[in-house]
Design a protein around this ligand. Structure first.
Ligand SMILES: NC(=O)c1ccc[n+]([C@@H]2O[C@H](COP(=O)([O-])OP(=O)(O)OC[C@H]3O[C@@H](n4cnc5c(N)ncnc54)[C@H](OP(=O)(O)O)[C@@H]3O)[C@@H](O)[C@H]2O)c1
Length: 306
């Protein structure tokens, strides 16, 4: 039997009934998705899942070989995909990316802001530029990309935006101060954006707002991030951090990237309306979370993670 957590919600580590791929066959036919950081790891799994559900997918990241590989995989499985190299913190890259997606695939329906970086290092040992670089990639990248795409969503009064956040958004994770601040910020941004959209004159003209914003905690997935987060500097100056995180990592379940990927499909197909604006913890059974959220008054600080 699957484990339950403190709020009596079933812990999920991989595909389960609510997010079974078969449920979503053709559900995104005709839609266009853009997934940042989709050359590898969680973003790659999200791109493949959205494509399997029928969406044409724009794959992006800085490493051309990786994004081309994801796009080829989508096409090999019968889907439609393009790969465009871009850095999320370079404005001209993002403008070029969006214009290429519009030209080659059409207007975007699903935006997944997934690209992210993290370095474990005590704050006092972290170089100022490195600290702010993490804030820029994890917060400025997704918010500025949203700024570029939102007018098209507003014109059509439809679209889904999902920000890959982290459990770090709702915990005091030591030695990852920039990352935690960044993930808290992007989670808060998703919630605020949702309230703004729900109350915008454009939405009221349409009768109601048709645009959804979510942030997600994907689960602790063993990706390249688990190596890049511990650079040589951390190993030399703060070996206790490496040791501590290794111990914690061994205690964690083996969460699969497909868990987050198919949760994104679930949300992008309109199944998560009651969770709009919230931090959705993919490791918790989403139908049970929806039931709990529907039967509980909305807390002042909103997320479905805690
Ligand atoms: N893995 C986990 O346990 C975990 C847990 C919680 C949250 N997350 C979040 O999940 C997301 C994906 O992480 P992951 O674990 O899949 O890590 P990953 O395998 O390292 O993938 C990160 C992706 O982001 C891209 N990226 C990084 N910097 C970029 C930049 N400046 N411009 C454009 N793309 C950039 C990378 O491509 P390039 O390097 O080629 O640019 C790569 O495709 C991140 O937001 C991360 O914070 C992960």
């Amino acid at each position: 039997m699957a484990a339950k957590n403190q709020s009596n919600i079933t812990l999920r580590t991989g595909i389960y009934s609510a997010i079974e791929p078969e449920r979503f066959e053709h559900s995104l036919d005709g839609q266009v998705a853009l997934v940042t950081g989709s050359g590898r790891g969680i973003g790659r799994a999200i791109a493949l899942a959205l494509a399997q559900a029928g969406a044409a997918v724009a794959v992006t990241g800085r490493t051309l070989s990786e994004i081309e590989d994801t796009a080829h995989e989508v096409v090999a499985r019968g889907g439609k995909s393009i790969a465009i190299a871009a850095d999320v913190v370079v404005k001209s890259d993002m403008e070029h990316l969006v214009s290429q997606v519009y030209q080659q695939l059409g207007e975007i329906d699903i935006l997944i802001c997934n690209a992210g970086i993290n370095t474990f290092l005590p704050f006092h040992l972290t170089d100022s530029d490195e600290w702010w670089r993490q804030m820029e990639v994890n917060v400025k990248g997704p918010t500025e990309l949203t700024r570029l795409i939102l007018p098209s969503f507003q014109k059509r009064n439809s679209g889904t935006i999902i920000y890959t956040s982290s459990r770090a958004a709702s915990a005091d994770l030591p030695w990852a101060s920039a990352y935690s601040c960044a993930k808290s910020a992007i989670t808060r941004f998703a919630g605020i954006l949702q309230v703004e959209l729900d109350n915008s004159p454009e939405a009221l003209n349409h009768g109601s707002n048709g645009i959804s914003a979510f942030s997600i905690h994907p689960g602790e997935v063993k990706t390249a991030l688990h190596n890049t987060a511990f650079p040589q500097k951390t190993k030399e100056l703060a070996p206790h951090v490496v040791n501590h995180m290794e111990k914690i990592s061994k205690l964690q379940p083996d969460f699969k990237a497909e868990l987050a990927a198919w949760t994104c499909v679930y949300l992008a197909t309109g199944n998560g309306t009651v969770l709009k604006g919230r931090l959705v913890d993919c490791t918790k059974d989403i139908d049970e979370v929806k039931e709990l959220v529907s039967s509980t008054p909305r807390p002042r600080i909103t997320n479905a993670c805690a």
